[in-house]
Design a binder for this molecule. Structure first.
Ligand SMILES: [Zn+2]
Length: 345
């Protein structure tokens, strides 16, 4: 099969990988329909995080082509959403909601295990990993939004859950990447009354407003902190959602969180959390990779009903052969997030 191959920083090619087959009775083979490039893929692309040589991509939806003898819950022909990791959903970590630590789990597209940026994927623990999508004849827009449940929308939702976003609250989202924009949408969905999006880019500001942002702060750094504090009468926000992971965004989240709040932090940290600084304001930090497998069924109904449309973050598209450009577009910030059309339904 054809698949994207990570050869090293700034070096993604599309080449041949072995056709996936059922190796374990709990496996399924999924024919990929849509895939996309994650902000975390960019860290590998830029050489800022290590990545195995080989398969890449962990966000995809597709159609089940084959299942092993012990797979229940999904059948050949099902349209499925894959969370960005596979998990058994029965070990102590999964039962406690920390699916990333599943004792039998693993990551798609880590160099060795098939990635979503390819024609097909062998999915281990398929029955507990894949989420079947009910109904038929879904629009292209719906399919794109379903794809975002794989990671980016589930991650934005996780930021809001970790930050304790609730009805009537004031939220600030630090970061206008795809995850930050999804965090705006998730905050609105959870009933936040005021959602402040920190973004200096007009296109991203517009999408943030479409997703429910009531205020936009274009400044960065100290000026941004002052602007948010001014909007909240000097108190700070009920939920600061850190959706980037850089030192500056972490420090902004710390500065604008109100005393007694919890900061939702889901940007892969490439900086240090200033815990000593927030300690005396009774501020907590909570976050990490999202348990997407738990969130997908919770968010699926809103996507199918059209009440949320997170697929709008996918503002650049190409086919599998265009995968290198899908990365470059995000690296150059020409794209918020790149869609890769791999196969048909
Ligand atoms: Zn588990």
């Amino acid at each position: 099969m054809r698949a994207a191959i990570f050869n090293g920083p700034k070096d993604i090619t599309v080449g041949d990988r072995p056709d996936p087959v059922i190796e374990e009775p709990t496996d399924a083979v999924v024919r990929v329909v849509l895939a996309c490039v994650c902000g975390s893929d960019l860290w590998y692309y830029r050489g800022e995080s290590a990545h195995g040589i080989g398969s890449i991509g962990h966000e995809f939806i597709g159609v089940v082509a084959d299942t092993g003898s012990e797979v229940t819950g999904v059948r050949p022909g099902d349209l499925v959403v894959a969370p960005f990791i596979y998990s058994d959903m029965s070990c102590p970590h999964c039962r406690n909601g920390a699916t990333l630590s599943c004792v039998k789990g693993g990551s798609f597209g880590n160099g060795t295990i098939d990635g979503g940026q390819g024609e097909a994927v062998r999915v281990p623990l398929a029955g507990t990993t894949l989420v079947p999508v009910p109904g038929t004849g879904h629009s292209d827009g719906t399919l794109k939004s379903l794809l975002t449940l794989s990671d980016v929308m589930s991650t934005g939702h996780h930021a809001a859950v970790c930050g304790g976003v609730r009805e009537g609250g004031t939220v600030a989202v630090v970061g206008d990447g795809a995850v930050g924009l999804c965090a705006v949408l998730a905050s609105k969905r959870l009933g936040a009354e005021r959602v402040i999006a920190l973004s200096g880019q007009p296109g991203r500001q517009r999408l943030a407003r479409h997703f429910g942002a009531t205020h936009v702060v274009a400044a960065r750094g100290h000026e941004a902190n002052e602007a948010v504090l001014e909007l909240t009468g000097g108190i700070g926000v009920d939920a600061a959602l850190e959706c980037v992971g850089t030192q500056q965004s972490i420090e902004t989240a710390a500065a604008i969180a109100r005393p007694g709040s919890t900061i939702g932090i889901i940007g892969v940290p490439h900086g240090t959390v200033p815990f000593n600084e927030t300690f005396f304001r009774d501020i907590g930090w909570r976050g990490g990779p999202a348990p997407a497998r738990i969130y997908i069924p919770q968010l699926l109904g809103d996507v199918l009903a059209g009440t949320i449309d997170p697929g709008l973050v996918l503002d650049f598209e190409t086919d599998l052969d265009g995968t290198p450009d899908a990365y470059a577009a995000m690296d150059d910030r020409r794209a918020i997030k790149s869609l890769i059309r791999v196969g048909s339904l």
